[in-house]
Write a protein that binds this ligand. Sequence first.
Ligand code: HEM
Length: 81
Amino acid sequence: SSSLPIFSQEEVSRHRTLEDGIWVTYKGGVYDITEFVAIHPGGDKIMLAAGGSVEPFWALYAVHNQEHVLEMLSEYKATES
Ligand code: HEM
């Protein structure tokens, strides 16, 4: 079995630049998307969610409401700060 660390909202919010790393949350999970932002099909808009939840943005951009998007996100689960 594997275990994942628990991160505070405050720690997530400190990750909103390429230098510090870019983290987002989705349904209680924390994701380190630093390596993904440059290949995001929607470009720089992804930075609006940096350090916080992607959910309000994904509610507006329904293109994310697909299994393949969640599979992609799952590969970026944060494991350490
Ligand atoms: C498109 C992933 C965050 C705006 C996409 C697509 C993927 C993706 C895979 C292509 C979907 C498809 O065409 O099947 C992600 C992931 C995110 C994220 C993993 C967060 C970790 C955001 C945020 C915004 C955003 C926060 C807006 C504030 C868009 C837009 C498109 C898009 C506008 C459509 C681009 C186009 O087709 O012209 N995203 N996204 N994304 N994303 Fe994101």
